[in-house]
Design a protein around this ligand. Structure first.
Ligand code: ZN
Length: 361
């Protein structure tokens, strides 16, 4: 009865507020939700109250730490542009992964730095490639840790592009279809080594299908694919290129990675990857592409990952080293923004620090 009384007649304030909330609430709710009856500040009075009504949360289970593995022993080579990030030999990688896992971070994303490169990227899919060795070691030492592998050729190619180049002339044209076989072979070799999830980042058309078919043929029907579905050609990758030693020797990656002007195209990319068999879709970079994360999650409802890329990390580190910002607060706020936009999984170089901070709160 009370409800009926509230519903009619529609008051002027209801008319004002209804368009703002027509998707979620009827006007009946909002006849009460107007000042002075409704005071939003009531629920902001204490940390406990704010936490109680928080719509979005950060938790350690959502984090993935990217790690760079190199050849050698007892090697822990700092990356100048990414303070706190290292190129690690396999023994050091195991130690780092162990610490990360103890902090509750459930997954790492592996990038390999081979000793040698060539124009067929053989190191990417060789049985004893750097990533394959690292995966075997990690899965043996820390079985509960999810090991995700980046699947691409650029780190193993002498020219640094993500695919095969047109032979002969130096046109720099990256060939799509011939590259697919090598990408699929790389993913299968990672699965064979024990990878829990393979993550293709090359942005060749059709690579998710090629990988799915190859994995299924090899008996890895249960290995999920996390596709870098909407990966933009971004200046935010700058510091990573040093970390992964993967800068192309000529040209750029704009013929295969997405143009940052486009959003509808990102939805088509994601739709294609899902049709081809992607289990998790990723948007990369994260903070400058929150609209894309939001649209991808709203449109498809698939598990969605956001990759907070190297410059997102380095800019916070640099500004905080200068005393200009509060590193912890800005990091947490940025990750929360990705969650709010719709990301389920947060790939960040700050994962271990964030895990520590989350324990303290
Ligand atoms: Zn690549």
């Amino acid at each position: 009865m009370k409800e009926a009384k509230l519903r009619h007649p529609v008051t002027r304030s209801e008319q004002m507020i209804a368009p703002l909330s027509r998707f979620r609430y009827g006007p009946a709710v909002h006849s009460q939700s107007i000042f002075p009856a409704y005071r939003p500040r009531r629920l902001r009075q204490s940390p406990a109250l704010r936490r109680l009504v928080a719509e979005t949360r950060l938790s350690v289970e959502q984090l993935v730490l990217p790690l760079f593995v190199c050849t050698g022993q007892k090697t822990r080579r700092p990356i100048a542009a990414m303070p706190g990030v290292f190129q690690l030999s396999i023994d050091e990688l195991e130690r780092e992964a162990q610490r990360t896992s103890e902090l509750g971070v459930p997954a790492v994303l592996l990038f390999g730095l081979p000793a040698t490169k060539n124009d067929r990227a053989t190191g990417a899919y060789s049985r004893n490639g750097i990533v394959q060795q690292a995966v075997r070691r990690l899965k043996k030492a820390i079985p509960q840790l999810l090991v995700i592998t980046d699947v691409c050729l650029c780190e193993y190619m002498s020219h640094g592009h993500c695919g095969l180049l047109e032979p002969g002339k130096k046109t720099g044209r990256v060939l799509n279809d011939p590259t697919l076989k090598l990408i699929a072979q790389t993913a299968a070799s990672h699965a064979e080594a024990g990878a829990d999830i393979v993550a293709p980042s090359d942005m060749m058309d059709g690579r998710v299908r090629a990988i799915r078919e190859r994995l299924d043929q090899a008996g890895f029907t249960d290995v999920p694919i996390m596709s870098y579905a909407a990966k933009y050609a971004s200046a935010y990758y700058g510091p990573f290129r040093e970390a992964a030693q993967s800068a192309p020797h000529f040209g750029d990656r704009r013929s295969y990675q997405m143009d940052s002007a486009n959003a509808d195209e990102a939805l088509r990319e994601v739709a294609l990857d899902i049709q081809e068999g992607a289990d998790i879709v990723m948007v990369k970079p994260a903070l400058a592409y929150l609209d894309i994360i939001h649209r991808v999650k709203s449109e498809f409802g698939y598990p969605t990952a956001a990759y907070a890329v190297s410059a997102e990390y380095s800019m916070i580190k640099a500004a905080s080293a200068n005393g200009w910002i509060d590193e912890r607060a800005v990091t947490m706020e940025s990750l929360l923004a990705m969650r709010r936009a719709g990301a389920d999984i947060l790939i960040t170089y700050a994962a271990a620090e964030v895990a520590r901070w989350l324990r303290e709160t």
